[in-house]
Design a protein around this ligand. Structure first.
Ligand code: AMP
Ligand code: MG
Length: 321
């Protein structure tokens, strides 16, 4: 058993106050959101934000998402036009981040925005995230709490197993119930584009707006900085759209036809369940594959959360360099 160097805090008043103190002093605290566990730092504090990149070993300064407790706080940093207000009203708190123009004198660290004139902002729904943001009483920059390029954590155990000794504390608030990162929408003078598929299905966004929006494959859509091909990579090689496992493979299945599967993302073919299981099962299957086998993954339909799941899987299977 390796020595525990990162404090595990309860999500009660004592734990949350301790977490807020650490954050105010420039420390790093991981906390659960409904999407994945975030690696939080005071978004005003450049050193704290820099240490986020250091702890993650990120290869570049991709901009981070700023987490806030309420719309009032969000407006201190970002300009909300009518479309942005409509989306915030419909989906916050929830798994969608809005990329909006910065306001003057926002006071955020430049590292948070990677020097851009926009900021990605989100109000999470998870009760532990809400409680911490209220106790801290400020914005938290928080990418996922995993080393760069690795699978995002959806439980306190995942965070400890990946980041022990690299961060000050983690608030244990149980498992993440959405399990994939937030959907990212860029809003530019009432024009909306999808930068990253995620926990909020794009169909819901389009239903709210009443029109369809630009997707990442459209040439006019801006690229989200840091959408690395070989992201979320397990140690074992990954083969997608596999209908069955070969002798040297372990199968991560989806749906009822799953003979010989080591694990099944959802035996009933439920996309929400599959998304919630995705990162934990990617880790588990990687352990089962160990050093001698590779991973085969069943096809997942490209509807609803399937877009986000397939996006993650494609990165997991991308050639490594
Ligand atoms: P992560 O925090 O690891 O979930 O990643 C945050 C994502 O948000 C990255 O893909 C960033 O490139 C994207 N992002 C954050 N801020 C901006 C911004 N101002 N403009 C465009 N994309 C952004
Ligand atoms: Mg991440």
């Amino acid at each position: 058993m390796t020595e525990l160097k990162t404090q595990i805090l309860h999500d009660d008043q004592i734990g949350l106050e301790q977490a807020a103190r650490i954050l105010s002093n420039g420390g790093l605290v991981s906390f659960p959101t409904e999407t994945v566990y975030g690696l939080g730092a005071d978004a005003h504090n450049g050193r704290a934000v820099a240490s986020v990149y250091a702890a993650k070993g990120r290869p570049s300064f991709n901009p981070l998402i700023v987490h806030v407790a309420n719309l009032e706080t969000a407006k201190r940093f970002a300009q909300f036009d009518k479309t942005a207000l409509d989306l915030a009203d419909a989906f916050w708190p929830g798994p969608v981040s809005l990329v909006l123009p910065l306001v003057k004198n926002h006071g955020l660290s430049e590292l948070v925005t990677a020097g851009l004139d926009t900021v990605a902002i989100r109000m999470p729904d998870h009760k532990t995230a809400q409680a911490l943001l209220k106790t801290f009483d400020g914005p938290l920059a928080a990418p996922s709490a995993n080393p760069s390029g690795r699978i995002s954590p959806t439980s306190c155990e995942h965070v400890i197993s990946d980041m022990n000794g690299m961060i000050d504390a983690v608030v244990d608030g149980g498992n993440c119930y959405v399990g994939v990162e937030s959907t990212i929408l860029k809003i530019d003078v009432d024009r909306v584009s999808l930068l990253r598929a995620g926990g909020l299905p794009i169909e819901a966004v389009e239903a709210c707006l009443g029109y369809s929006i630009a997707k990442p494959q459209d040439p006019q859509t801006p690229q989200s900085p840091g959408q690395l091909q070989s992201h979320y990579a397990p140690n074992a090689a990954v083969r997608l759209n596999a209908t069955k496992a070969e002798a040297d493979e372990v199968l991560l299945a989806f749906g009822p036809n799953s003979q010989g599967a080591a694990l099944n993302l959802s035996a009933t073919g439920d996309m929400v369940e599959a998304a919630a299981n995705l990162f934990a099962y990617m880790r588990d299957i990687d352990e089962i594959a160990s050093t001698s086998k590779s991973i085969a993954i069943s096809p997942i339909p490209m509807t609803g959360l399937g877009l986000a799941i397939n996006d993650r899987l494609k990165r997991a299977a991308a050639p490594r360099d």
